[in-house]
Design a binder for this molecule. Structure first.
Ligand SMILES: Cc1cc2nc3c(=O)[nH]c(=O)nc-3n(C[C@H](O)[C@H](O)[C@H](O)COP(=O)(O)O)c2cc1C
Length: 364
C-alpha cells in the first residue's frame, strides 16, 4: 500500500519498531502484559506501567511479556514516587483530612482509617528489576534517573525515554543523555508528570508543546495527550513529533487492565467532562468529573501528599466498588475519550494505521 512515509521515523529506527505508535503505559495496575505484547506484535511499541510493582514483580511481568512477544516493548516507572511533604505531614494535618472526608466515609458506614504508613516500593528498589531483566525500552515520569542508572541502561542496551510537560524538562532530559522524550500535553489522561515546576504551572496543551519541544531538542519527540485517531496522529507528526503515545483510547479496550466499569465510563457521554484533580492521589491528574471532584474543589491544599492521599481514599474507593456506586471511584481519562470508537486493541491499532495511511494518500 502506498503511503507518504509517515510510518518510518527517527523513533521507529531508534527502537526497531514498524509504526510510530506507542501504547501509553498505565500505573495503578491498569496496564496488562497481554495488551503490551499485542501492540508490540502489531508493530507498535507496547508499554507496561510498572509503577505499583517491586523489582521481583517487574522481573516476573517482563518474563510474561517476553513469552508473548519477541518484538521491542517498554517498561515504565515513576522516578519520584514520594512527595517531600510526607516528611513533615503530621497527625494534626491528618485530622484535618479526616474531617473533610468524614461525611463520605459515613455515607458508606466506613470507619476513618488510621494515618497510612505503607507507601509501596521505592524507585531505587524497582529500577533494579529493570536492570535485571533488561527490557528493550525503559520509560519514566516525574524526573530523571541518576547518571549511574542511565549509564547502566546504556551499557545494557536499554533505550531510555523520559517525559516532559515543558520545554525546560525536555532540555533537561536531553542533557542527561536520555534517548527520546514524550511531550505530554495537558489533554492526557492520568497524572501530570511535571518535575521542574509544579504541575499547576506546567499546563501546556499538546498542540503548543509538541512543536516547541521538537524545535528545542534533537532527540526524537513522542507526542502524548488528546490523540485518539488518525487525525491526531497526522497532526502530531506535522507538529514535529516522531511518534505518538496513545493512552485513553487503549485503556477503553478489552485487553487493558482497567476494570469493566472504568471502560464503560470512558465510552459513556460522561467522558466528555474531565477535570484535573488531586483528590484521588495527592498529585494533579486528569479524570472524569465526579461527586468528589466537584464537591471538594478548592480543598486541594488540605489533602495529604502523594501517595498517602491515594492510600487514604483507597478505603472509600474499595467500598464504593463493592457497593457498585460509581460516584466515588476514580475514572482516569484524557480529554479525547469521546473520540473512542473501538473496543479491542487489534481493531483500534489496525484502524489507526489504515486511517493514517488514507489521510496521507488523500492529501498528497
Ligand atoms: C489510567 C492512566 C494511567 C497512566 N499511568 C501512567 C504511568 O504510570 N506512567 C506514564 O508514563 N504514563 C501514564 N499515563 C499516561 C499515558 O501513558 C499516556 O501518555 C496518556 O494517556 C496519553 O494521553 P491520552 O490519555 O490523551 O491518550 C497514564 C494514563 C492513564 C489514562
Amino acid at each position: 500500500m502506498k503511503h507518504a512515509g509517515w510510518q518510518s521515523t527517527s523513533l521507529t529506527k531508534l527502537l526497531g519498531i514498524q509504526y510510530p505508535i506507542v501504547l501509553g503505559p498505565f500505573g495503578g495496575g491498569f496496564s496488562s502484559e497481554t495488551q503490551a505484547a499485542m501492540v508490540s506484535n502489531l508493530g507498535g511499541l507496547g508499554s507496561f506501567g510498572a509503577q505499583p510493582f517491586t523489582a521481583a514483580e517487574i522481573v516476573t511481568r517482563v518474563e510474561t511479556i517476553r513469552k508473548k512477544t519477541d518484538r521491542p516493548f517498554n517498561i515504565n516507572l515513576w522516578v519520584n514516587n514520594r512527595d517531600e511533604r510526607l516528611n513533615s505531614y503530621d497527625q494534626a494535618d491528618y485530622n484535618g483530612l479526616k474531617a473533610i472526608f468524614k461525611p463520605y466515609f459515613d455515607k458508606f458506614g466506613l470507619p476513618l482509617p488510621p494515618m497510612p504508613t505503607e507507601f509501596g516500593p521505592e524507585f531505587e528498589n524497582q529500577v533494579q528489576g529493570i536492570l535485571d531483566c533488561r527490557p528493550p525500552v525503559f520509560s519514566f515520569v516525574y524526573g530523571i534517573p541518576s547518571t549511574d542508572i542511565l549509564e547502566k541502561c546504556k551499557s545494557l542496551g536499554i533505550k531510555t525515554v523520559g517525559n516532559a510537560t515543558t520545554v525546560d524538562e525536555a532540555l533537561a532530559l536531553e542533557a542527561a543523555g536520555v534517548d527520546a522524550v514524550v511531550a505530554t500535553g495537558f489533554e492526557a489522561g492520568g497524572h501530570r508528570v511535571s518535575f521542574l515546576r509544579p504541575a499547576e504551572d506546567s499546563l501546556t496543551g499538546t498542540f503548543s508543546l509538541v512543536p516547541q519541544i521538537s524545535d528545542s531538542v534533537s532527540i526524537p519527540v513522542i507526542a502524548a495527550g488528546g490523540i485518539a485517531d488518525a487525525r491526531g496522529i497526522k497532526a502530531a507528526l506535522t507538529l514535529g513529533a516522531e511518534a505518538v503515545q496513545i493512552g485513553t483510547a487503549f485503556l477503553a479496550t478489552l485487553e487493558s487492565g482497567a476494570p469493566p466499569a472504568h471502560k464503560q465510563k470512558l465510552l459513556s457521554p460522561e467522558a466528555r467532562y474531565t477535570t484535573l484533580t488531586k483528590i484521588f492521589s495527592g498529585r494533579l491528574a486528569r479524570g472524569i468529573r465526579s461527586v468528589l471532584t466537584e464537591e471538594l474543589k478548592g480543598k486541594e491544599h488540605l489533602l495529604a501528599p502523594y501517595p498517602m492521599q491515594g492510600r487514604f481514599i483507597g478505603h472509600l474507593r474499595a467500598e464504593a466498588i463493592a457497593k457498585g456506586n460509581t460516584d466515588y471511584i476514580t475514572f482516569w481519562s484524557g480529554q479525547s475519550a469521546a473520540l473512542i470508537r473501538h473496543m479491542d486493541t487489534t481493531t483500534l491499532f489496525t484502524e489507526l494505521i489504515n486511517e493514517t495511511n488514507n489521510l496521507y494518500q488523500i492529501n498528497q
